[in-house]
Design a protein around this ligand. Structure first.
Ligand code: NAD
Length: 498
């Protein structure tokens, strides 16, 4: 068992608060480490280091800042296997899936290399007589990121890569469930040439988050996690005068039209519904076949595929997915499946009794498939965040569209069809932020931006892409006029723009 501390001013710092949280190996159920939960003094040490280092970093020319990310990308690739193993050991997802988590973050580091181009300002020559006007984008100062357990590499990089490339210092408060990869990511940034103090990792729980939200020296807050906490973070940070965007939970629907290629749609739903044990904010958790015949064909195609899924520890190269993150998550998922049965949904594949020989204490949940789920049921309204797919049968395209539109979440959605007109109408009218057309998990690439609608997000600028440059910088607009004293003689009248 080892102790995980903080990473402040380029150094590993042991935790001194006396408060810790257990870090599990979800595959075996064992406690493998204790992570420190920061005190006010420890957060202050990170803020002091950030405040000291940030002015010189902001004054470093943008190309030099970008070069740190060029070296960083190389280091991430070189350390991929080590990082993926470390990630799987604390999160539980398969090693291949962990590599995907790291690669999606690496792509944001690649995007950050081009940020000097996006941080250029605007210029109007001759806005008035002898007057020029220009806008520049300056860093916010110190940014903070609070991240969830489910993507411990990608989501920290969504935040710190654009923030730092724009000239900010950053304080990352990762999930206390899997804190080792975030610390290693910060260490590698130093190896890539980042000055000490620009990226700090402070571990903690609600107490630490509350101190971050109220800290007067922190200018911008980026949050990703569950919706109740996102709403709380958004309101609290805004009340303290900070810019904030907070990303919450999801219940992503896949609409299956009668003309869809059913074999391909079923394969897509299996990966999107059960990959990473369903612990993805872009997982498909609801399938909506249109018409009774489509629904029968879909369920018939899904059942054998769900029954064939292989659940195992991350060390099993053939596992389709691993355990969920904690015993509490396992219990919550299983009780929601019980609830679905009580509510009258038909559990056509029941994964509740699943155990794995040799790993009896691991946090595994066998795959579950519900048919005949109703829109009024708890299992439809709640984000289950586990390997559970619900089929909600609909009579028409309009009814399917309405289901997605009426749900409180609006992160991602997909439609499976061969008909361009239906796909086009759907993309235009659905009240969701990220749309897949015959693509089950439509996660935008790093140079576009990521974000949902409705109660999946609070705030208005997305992650990565051009939005992230806007979020992590403030606009300053300068109007300048140079009286032509030497060239034309002095002028004393009030300047007006004609
Ligand atoms: P969580 O809300 O429990 O925790 C997220 C972060 O908030 C952690 O760092 C945690 O320490 C902190 N936190 C927890 N309770 C807090 C409290 N009461 N006050 C202040 N801070 C608190 O989320 P999680 O279980 O780690 O992650 C899963 C959730 O994240 C799911 O709902 C998932 O949909 C969501 N998620 C959303 C996106 C997105 O982009 N919309 C992406 C990934 C995950």
């Amino acid at each position: 068992m080892h102790a995980i501390g903080h990473f402040i001013n380029g150094q590993h710092v042991p935790g001194k608060s006396g408060r810790t949280a257990d870090v599990f190996n979800p595959a075996t159920g064992e406690v493998q480490a204790q992570v420190a939960l920061a005190s006010a003094d420890e957060l202050q040490a990170a803020v002091d280091a950030a405040a000291k280092a940030q002015p010189a970093w902001a004054a470093t020319n943008p190309q030099r800042r970008a070069r740190v990310f060029m070296r960083y990308v190389e280091l991430l690739n070189r350390h991929m296997d080590e990082l993926a193993e470390m990630l799987s050991r604390e999160h539980g997802k398969t090693v291949e899936d962990s590599k995907g988590d790291i690669l999606r973050g690496l792509e944001v580091a690649e995007f950050a290399i081009g940020i000097p181009h996006l941080q250029k300002g605007e210029f109007t020559e001759g806005a008035g007589p002898g007057i020029d006007m220009h806008s520049i984008r300056q860093p916010v100062g110190i940014g903070a990121g609070i991240t969830p357990f489910n993507f411990p590499a990608m989501i920290p990089m969504w935040m710190f890569a654009p923030a730092i490339a724009c000239g900010n210092a950053f304080i990352l408060k990762p999930s206390e469930r899997d804190p080792s990869v975030p610390i290693r990511l910060a260490e590698l940034m130093i190896e890539a040439g980042l000055p000490a103090g620009i990226l700090n990792v402070v571990n903690g729980d609600k107490e630490t988050v509350d101190r971050i939200l109220a800290h007067p020296a922190i200018g911008g807050i980026s949050f990703v996690g569950s919706t109740p906490i996102a709403a709380y973070v958004y309101a609290t940070a805004a009340a303290h005068g900070k810019r904030v965007h907070a990303f919450g939970g999801a219940k992503n629907h896949a609409i299956i039209m009668p003309d869809a290629d059913m074999e391909k749609a079923a394969d897509a739903l299996i990966g999107a519904g059960y990959g990473s044990a369903g612990e993805r904010c872009m997982a498909i958790s609801v399938a909506v076949p249109v018409g009774a015949e489509t629904a029968d064909r879909l369920v018939e195609a899904l059942v054998p595929r769900v029954e064939r899924l292989r659940v195992g520890p991350y060390t099993d190269e053939n596992a389709d997915y691993g355990p969920v993150v904690t015993r509490a998550a396992q219990e919550k998922i299983l009780s929601l499946v019980d609830r679905g049965v009580q509510e009258g949904a038909k559990l056509v594949v029941d994964g509740r009794g699943f155990t794995l020989q040799g790993y009896e204490e691991g946090f595994y949940v066998g795959p579950c498939l519900f048919d005949h789920v109703g829109a009024d049921m708890d299992i439809y309204r709640t984000e289950i965040f586990g390997p559970v797919l619900s089929v909600v049968r609909s009579d028409s395209y309009e009814q399917a569209l309405k289901l997605a539109n009426d749900h409180e979440y609006g992160n991602g959605v997909a439609i499976f069809t061969q008909d361009g007109d239906a796909a086009r109408d759907f993309a235009s009218r659905v009240q969701v932020g990220m749309i897949g057309i015959n693509v089950p998990i439509p996660t935008p690439l790093a140079y576009h931006s990521f974000g949902g609608w409705k109660r999946s997000v609070f705030g208005d600028l997305n992650h990565h892409g051009p939005d992230s440059v806007k979020f992590w910088t403030r606009t300053k607009t300068i109007t300048s006029r140079w009286p032509s004293g030497i060239k034309d003689g002095a002028e004393f009248s009030m300047p007006v723009m004609r």
